[in-house]
Design a protein around this ligand. Structure first.
Ligand SMILES: Nc1ncnc2c1ncn2[C@@H]1O[C@H](COP(=O)(O)OP(=O)(O)O)[C@@H](O)[C@H]1O
Ligand SMILES: [Mg+2]
Length: 356
């Protein structure tokens, strides 16, 4: 049985230091939910409050309608997976997976088949009699996941489980984790500082900074409509260009464009993703000089300088006849459907304000 998690006005302090001032969060039953943010923003702290390994200085934590603030960690029925595999080095793979079952009141004859099921699901059945030291990092992490899931927890908590793996394994394991989570259907809270990983794996993401949630949404909504400058720059890559706004018209370095659902007067910061700049023949558009070109296979990245000396990054699909364009002058326009326009201080998205 998995549960919904409801957090009302959570407060975390270490001594006098307030780490999480006032956090509210609703995680749905069966959801793959990710806490994403830079190192030190409080992701692990919050996860440990859910697990019961941290004291809670204020607010209420619920699993469904049951308050868990005072519940012992062992009674929360949680499966956990950490960055450093935390599997027992002196136990075989099978004994590691069975470990949690032996401590619970299961019928002895059921334990073997239950372990088998998760050994197979995690594709480590063939390694069941090996010692952990004879497994790769990815295989060890599969053991940790099988051990966490075999106890049929209500909630699965994972703290940067892929950080110690190399790039290729990380991609493979993140797919494996997502597949297993969907198959088992367990409410999952996943912590990472890697925005690409978060986007690939999550149903919804909470972007955190300094103990506060900046935005909660699907990967798509967070990428396309970041609520503020912090989220826009933390999720994906973007260019910020200052502009003058008059109702729904933006004047970007002399180039005028109209943006839907915008109504503001004054200086603004426009966020333009590298893929949302378009080349044009119109010499009244934004003039740019190509300063550097980096070929990355599928795409080529162009680093350009605008008339105000600002540098921007532009990504285009690579062409077979791409030559060295460095030094060339080009003209740019912007995909107005996908730009985001922020107040000059970056605190508020002026486009999103008109949605919903
Ligand atoms: N046991 C502790 N005692 C005091 N401060 C801590 C402790 N654990 C974490 N912190 C502080 O709390 C903040 C959040 O840390 P953490 O939750 O580990 O961040 P994250 O997991 O997002 O990298 C940091 O400033 C960190 O220094
Ligand atoms: Mg952490």
């Amino acid at each position: 049985m998995s549960v919904a998690i409801n957090i009302n006005h959570a407060l975390k302090k270490y001594g006098e230091n307030v780490i999480i001032p006032d956090l509210n969060l609703k995680i749905k039953d069966g959801e793959f939910f990710t806490l994403l943010g830079p190192s030190g923003c409080g992701k692990t702290t919050l996860l440990r409050m859910i697990a019961g390994f941290n004291t809670i200085e204020g607010g209420e934590f619920y699993f469904d309608e049951n308050i868990i603030n005072e519940l012992d960690p062992s009674k929360r029925n949680i499966g956990m997976v950490f960055q450093n595999y935390a599997i027992f080095p002196h136990l075989t793979v099978r004994a590691n997976v069975e470990f949690g079952l032996n401590n619970r009141a299961f019928n002895k004859k059921d334990i073997g088949p239950m372990a088998d099921k998760f050994l197979k699901l995690m594709q480590i059945f063939e390694y069941r009699d090996r010692m952990p030291e004879n497994l790769s990092g990815g295989q060890q992490q599969r053991v940790a996941l099988a051990r966490a899931l075999v106890i049929a927890p209500d909630v699965l908590l994972m703290d940067e489980p892929l950080s110690n793996l190399d790039a290729k394994l990380r991609l493979e394991m993140r797919q494996a984790i997502r597949d297993i989570q969907k198959e088992v259907g367990i409410t999952t809270v996943y912590v990472t500082h890697d925005q690409e990983e978060a986007m690939a794996i999550s149903d919804r993401i909470a972007v955190m900074e300094l103990g506060e949630i900046q935005q909660i949404g699907t990967p798509q909504s967070i990428y396309h409509r970041p609520v503020n400058e912090f989220v826009a720059s933390f999720i994906g890559r973007t260019n910020f260009v200052t502009a003058d706004c008059d109702k729904n018209e933006l004047n970007v370095l002399g180039h005028k464009v109209t943006v839907k659902d915008l109504d503001y007067k004054g200086k603004v910061k426009v966020s333009i993703r590298p893929e949302e700049f378009m080349l044009t023949d119109d010499n009244k558009a934004i003039k740019a000089i190509i300063k550097d070109t980096i070929f990355l296979g599928l795409n080529t990245h162009f680093y350009m300088e605008l008339p105000n000396k600002q540098k921007v990054e532009i990504i285009k699909e690579s062409m077979i006849d791409d030559e060295n364009h460095t030094g060339k002058t080009v003209y740019l326009t912007i995909n107005v459907d996908k730009v985001n326009v922020y107040t000059e201080d970056g605190a508020k998205n002026l486009v999103i304000a008109h949605e919903n």
